[in-house]
Design a protein around this ligand. Structure first.
Ligand code: GZL
Length: 322
């Protein structure tokens, strides 16, 4: 560990000098691209491209971890398959990158590969989703949202505005930190007795639509849908309209994310409440990786700040980053 840490500290000093030199160049005659060995090599395993949230998060990561910002980024999309993420993580170990970052598609099944990352003495930064592992001190830091609070916030709106609702809960990817914690938070507020049924839409619009088509047959008394993300809520709108009912009126819809299409649905009266889960935190990830590489102390977790929307104007919607 000491060998690598010494190498890293030395490289960090060199990187800092190189970046200072680069910025000096850029202030005058245009910046020269840093040569590969002056950049922080980062292996990033993104879980997929399943939703508008994930797309916005990927765009933010790639806009922040650029060569001109001092990074050599290898970015791999796992198409929502854990085995693809494990393969990518092992490839990053083989490449001996300086830092590994990943957003785990589900919470469990990572012990072996996290041990391999620790044995390779490569610092691990957890992004967005959480892990449930027996490995001691598995990662340097985690940056993401408070999923349980998001579920509580959604539940509090329902309790206040639709206390007698017959709720169908549209769950995200089963076993993902976002699904587990949002469900725990929401159910703890509204009470299980008010939830007529649950099914997963795997955080995608198509699977959300299919789950709601089945739910409207199985639970015709449903008059409120809590969707763990906007994309599944947008699929629910399609299913509700296909059933000849009015989304937002006959069947209320409460969602989490706050992506553009979700807030457009709120503006159109088809969603009733949207809890934001901000995906635009690539700059915070970049800052954390630089500190990890330099051997600086970091908090074990950094919570990305959220808000919630009962309404929005077209002007406010058009002004948003995502
Ligand atoms: C939340 C993120 C979730 C989003 C979904 O931080 O992990 O995954 O809510 C996405 O849209 O699929």
């Amino acid at each position: 560990m000491a060998g690598r840490n010494v190498r890293r500290a030395g490289a960090a000093a060199l990187a800092a000098l190189s970046l200072a030199a680069l910025s000096a160049c850029s202030s005058g005659s245009g910046s020269d691209e840093g040569s590969g060995d002056e950049l922080i090599s980062v292996g990033f395993s993104q879980l997929g491209a399943e939703s508008g949230w994930r797309t916005a998060n990927t765009e933010s990561v790639q806009a922040s971890l650029t060569e001109e910002a001092g990074f050599d980024l290898t970015f791999v999309d796992a198409q929502q398959k854990q085995e693809n993420q494990i393969k990518a993580l092992r490839d990053f170990i083989a490449q001996d990158v300086d830092v590994i970052a990943f957003s785990p598609v589900i919470e469990t099944g990572w012990d072996e590969v996290i041990e391999e990352i620790k044995d390779a003495e490569i610092p691990l930064v957890l992004v967005d989703r959480t892990v449930d592992t027996t490995v001691e001190d598995p990662y340097v830091t985690w940056i993401g949202a408070d999923f349980k609070q998001e579920g509580i916030t959604a539940g509090e709106w329902v309790k206040e505005n639709a206390p007698d609702a017959k709720i169908f809960e549209l769950q995200g990817t089963m076993g993902s930190g976002a699904q587990v914690d949002r469900e725990e938070g929401f159910d703890s507020v509204v009470g299980e007795e008010n939830i007529v049924g649950k099914a997963s839409g795997n955080f995608t619009r198509a699977e959300g639509k299919a789950a709601v088509e089945a739910a409207l047959q199985a639970y015709p008394e449903t008059n409120l849908i809590f969707a763990h993300n906007d994309d599944m809520g947008l699929g629910a709108i399609e299913a509700i309209e296909a059933a000849g009912k009015v989304p937002g009126v006959d069947i209320k819809i409460v969602t989490i994310d706050g992506v553009h299409d979700g807030l457009q649905a709120l503006l159109d009266g088809k969603f009733n409440y949207v809890v934001e889960c901000n995906p635009v935190f690539g700059d915070q990830i970049a800052d954390a990786i630089k500190k990890v590489y330099a051997g600086e102390e970091l908090p074990k977790e950094t919570i990305v700040v959220d808000q919630a929307f009962e309404s929005i104007t077209q002007e406010e919607l058009d002004a948003r980053l995502y």
